[in-house]
Design a protein around this ligand. Structure first.
Ligand SMILES: Cc1cc2nc3c(=O)[nH]c(=O)nc-3n(C[C@H](O)[C@H](O)[C@H](O)COP(=O)(O)O)c2cc1C
Length: 224
């Protein structure tokens, strides 16, 4: 295993970490940007299909809000289909330069339409044209036909509206782990678990709001 990188690049108060893991995640991401880490928001997202198979792919985190992690994708995609059947997902951000990973598991849902609209507006016209033309993850019959269609949309005068299948997804974690690797192998690990008395997370209609209002996080250091 290679642990090349600088374990001191990003500072963490391990003796007294924040009570809220999202505060720590936001702090690490902010420091990662300042430290010029490559793609700090590239996140490996794992979903599980109805047959019980896990599948992972990278998506780009677009926003970290008080209780959730937001990314954009198509509900026609494999991940979109998986999430429709099973909202339980896992995510992982790995930063080679600082030998760190943040992983979490939680519940994914399609965000409210205004969120998707806002995210759609941040996409370049070419990215919008591709999303308009793509039934993401469905078979590609002709690459040439696809490219021609995308080019026609992109060069048209029309406003490219968000297709209903393109959405912002929000993941509300119920568990996080912050991992700081060290060449000595004395890695530091900090696990956070969400406690909300008398709540069945899977049944909660707005888990993010509940987390903000009444979430209590327990912390536990783990052996390397
Ligand atoms: C750096 C990087 C960023 C990506 N960002 C996204 C993204 O934000 N949304 C997305 O749908 N796919 C993104 N992709 C493509 C996905 O990894 C994946 O190929 C695609 O979403 C289809 O996945 P699925 O068929 O498993 O649903 C990204 C890939 C890479 C390598």
């Amino acid at each position: 295993m290679s642990l090349a990188g600088n374990s001191n690049l990003i500072k963490t108060n391990w003796k007294s970490p924040p009570a809220d893991p999202m505060v720590l995640m936001q702090d690490w991401v902010k420091q990662a940007h300042s430290a010029k880490i490559t793609e700090p928001l590239g996140m490996t997202l794992t979903t599980v299909n109805p047959a019980g198979w896990a599948w992972s792919r990278v998506v780009l985190v677009k926003e970290l809000n008080q209780a959730s992690i937001i990314f954009g994708s198509s509900s026609s995609s494999d991940k979109g289909q998986d999430i429709e059947h099973n909202a339980k997902v896992a995510g992982n951000l790995w930063w080679r330069e600082s030998v760190q990973q943040i992983h979490f598991r939680g519940y994914a849902t399609i965000a409210p339409p205004f969120k998707s609209d806002l995210l759609w507006q941040t996409r370049s016209r070419s990215a919008q044209a591709i999303a308009v033309c793509s039934q993401q993850s469905q078979p590609l019959i002709s690459e040439l036909d696809f490219k021609t269609k995308v080019a026609a949309w992109e060069s048209s005068e029309q406003i490219l509206s968000r297709p209903l299948s393109w959405n912002a997804y929000q993941i509300t974690p119920i568990e996080y782990e912050f991992w700081q690797g060290d060449a000595s192998r004395l890695h530091k690990r900090l696990r956070y678990s969400l406690q909300i008395p008398n709540i069945d997370f899977a049944q909660a209609s707005n888990l993010a709001e509940l987390v903000i209002k009444s979430g209590i996080w327990t912390q536990q250091r783990l052996q390397p």
